[in-house]
Design a binder for this molecule. Structure first.
Ligand code: HEC
Length: 174
């Protein structure tokens, strides 16, 4: 009888253990092997996308930078993200905000997508104002995009609450 009770208890612990592992992976959003386009369809609600690299973004920054160059984001934003034809990613101005969800949707769906699908407006004002193209279909996986965002965070601490940019904001002429 005693053995049976111990056996049942062990079984219960096993079942609970498996259940909690499952819940954990769900809570973390887990599978980012889907394309960014699929990811914004699946996590439709604004605010529901969270980077798996929120804490250890420095670790993935280099890989993210390579992806950024490979996708020619540098043609518009410069190799170091300092801008050029288009707004810099290094200063403290964030056109729509700098949280995970906003940056993921902006890069995937472009300015037009952000404005049409989520009713977002420009809140930050950069020197250069223009539309960002939807890049989602050129990026293989959502994981790749999270790595690019990890690199942006590494070059610009102002993208993280409480962090400051090392680059001055654009001058205003009014
Ligand atoms: C054709 C030029 C162009 C390309 C290519 C491009 N961008 Fe942009 N990007 C822009 C413009 C213009 C804006 C400003 C959008 C607005 O004001 O609506 C912008 C905005 C951004 C922002 C927000 C910056 C801020 O200050 O708030 C991020 C982040 C960004 N782009 C990342 C990327 C990444 C990553 C890629 C490559 C996958 C990329 N961009 C490719 C033109 C481009």
């Amino acid at each position: 009888m005693r053995k049976l009770i111990i056996g049942l208890a062990a079984l219960a612990i096993c079942v609970l253990g498996v259940a909690s592992v499952n819940m954990e992976s769900k809570a973390a959003g887990a599978d980012w092997t889907m394309s960014p386009v699929k990811a914004v369809e699946r996590y439709k609600e604004k605010g529901s996308l969270h980077s798996p690299y929120e804490k250890d973004y420095e670790k993935y920054a280099e890989e993210g930078h390579q992806l950024y160059m490979g996708l020619s984001c540098n043609g518009c934003h410069g190799g170091g993200g300092g801008g050029g034809m288009c707004p810099p990613l290094t200063n403290s101005v964030w056109v729509y905000g700098s949280d995970d969800d906003t940056l993921f949707r902006l890069v995937t769906e472009g300015s037009a997508g952000l404005q049409e699908h989520y009713d977002m407006k420009r809140v930050g004002s950069e020197n250069v104002v223009g539309p960002m193209p939807a890049m989602g279909s050129s990026i293989k996986t959502a994981d790749d995009l999270w790595k690019i965002i990890a690199w942006i965070r590494s070059i610009n601490p102002s993208s993280i609450p409480g962090g400051k940019s090392n680059v001055p904001p654009p001058p205003t002429f009014d």
